[in-house]
Design a protein around this ligand. Structure first.
Ligand code: TTP
Ligand code: MG
Length: 391
């Protein structure tokens, strides 16, 4: 199996969130931060970047360059919320996700071409999911390693998708300026410049010994490898999941309790399956509903006993949804389990009906393991059967 790493980075992240939350700002030069005296710009929309405005620029300078710019205060809490949604989507695309910042991560997608038909289609589907769910564009780079994936995601920003295939490692970066090499700061860049090196390919055309003399053994070998497009670092998904959930954004807004419940049934099956796969049970169940104007509602409940049953997840979602005001035009629904229990706590019941249910899920799961997750889905059958027979 060939290794493929994906680097995802949201476009003009803070500014894009502001443009999603307030449609009047779309297409306009939005500058987040730098609105207060001596403030610094956090980021600028691509419309504002045309005027030369960029991150870390003093607000006063940004105002001079772009007097018509719309300066907004920083809303960290909101950006964190959107970031959490994006990372939930990442987790659905890969079990190995390494967060780099609020809007950026590496995903190991090796072997995903089997599930998504191709690496290209996997990347396109991820971009599409993020856009549908958050309204924001992501730029993606896919490559045989982290270093090249990060370079690739930056090549066609905004809304970019660049794939570097195996065999293209060296040629894909040959023409790039040396500053693009990871670890080349101003000092090293100056030394390389003095040696007559301008582009990445110049390093390989030169002599490794003169590189060692100028930069020292360690840096020289590091750069020599990078210039060939070699980087062995693994994607390190450090954190253990604290919650397991699924969210769906609908191509057309949905309304009406019946259809909403059908969607929750589908979500319950996905979340239940994922919990059982990981051999954990959740005690806290949360739902999320977002309407067409991007207003988001959430409700949670902690159950007396933890669960991994689709039926309990579904019924809890039903109860929680009824606590929300009547919603029309729903664009997104989500269902999440958290507050996990240890395996030791799990088998402490001797309720016969539960043991029967456990057996039933074991049978269903073994079919799913054999033939794929969608082999048995109650949600698909629902049009033909009565919903009641699920209980
Ligand atoms: P970046 O991904 O570096 O920038 P960006 O998403 O705004 O734009 P793009 O990726 O399309 O080039 O950073 C992500 C967010 O982090 C950014 O929206 C705001 C914040 N940030 C700062 O607050 N200060 C900074 O100096 C930088 C670089 C980013
Ligand atoms: Mg970004």
């Amino acid at each position: 199996m060939k290794r493929y790493i994906m680097h995802v980075d949201m476009d003009a992240f803070f500014a894009s969130v502001e443009q999603v939350d307030n449609p009047e700002l779309r297409g306009k030069p939005v500058i987040v931060g730098g609105d207060k005296a001596r403030g610094v710009v956090c980021t600028a929309s691509y419309e504002a970047r045309k005027y030369g405005v960029h991150s870390a620029m003093p607000g006063i300078q940004a105002k001079r360059l772009c007097p018509q710019g719309i300066f907004l205060p920083v809303r960290h809490e909101r950006y964190k919320q959107v970031s959490a949604e994006i990372f939930t989507i990442f987790a659905e695309f890969s079990p190995k996700v390494e967060p780099l910042s609020i809007d950026e991560a590496f995903l190991d997608i090796s072997g995903m071409d089997k599930i998504y038909k191709s690496i290209n289609s996997c990347a396109r589907q991820l971009k599409e999911r993020i856009l549908l769910q958050t309204g924001i564009h992501a730029s993606i780079g896919v490559a045989p390693n982290k270093f090249l994936a990060k370079i690739a995601s930056d090549l066609k920003k905004p809304d970019g998708l660049v794939i570097i295939r195996h065999g293209q490692e060296q040629s894909s970066i040959a023409q790039l300026p040396l500053g693009k090499l990871w670890g080349v700061g101003q000092k090293t860049a100056l030394k390389l410049h003095n040696m007559g090196y301008r582009q990445v390919k110049d390093i390989l055309q030169g002599n490794i010994n003169s590189l060692k003399n100028a930069l020292g053994e360690k840096t020289a070998v590091h750069l020599w490898q990078l210039a060939q497009g070699i980087d062995e670092r693994e994607v390190e998904s450090s954190h253990i999941a604290k919650s397991i959930g699924n969210e769906e954004t609908y191509a057309e807004d949905i309304s009406g309790e019946e259809i909403v419940m059908e969607k929750f049934l589908h979500l319950a099956e996905k979340v239940g399956w994922r919990l059982r796969q990981k051999q954990i049970k959740a005690r806290t169940i949360s739902i999320k509903a977002r309407t067409d104007d991007f207003t988001t509602y959430t409700r949670s409940i902690t159950l007396p006993e933890s669960t991994d049953f689709d039926s309990v997840l579904y019924k809890t979602a039903q109860t929680l949804f009824k606590q929300l005001p009547v919603l029309n035009k729903i664009r997104l629904l989500g269902l999440t389990g958290s507050n996990f229990t240890e395996p030791a706590e799990m088998s402490l019941f001797n309720d016969v009906s539960k043991i029967k249910q456990e057996k039933l899920y074991k049978a269903i799961d073994s079919l799913k393991n054999k033939f794929g997750e969608n082999i048995i889905t109650k949600a698909k059958l629902i049009n033909r059967q009565k919903k009641d027979d699920y209980s």
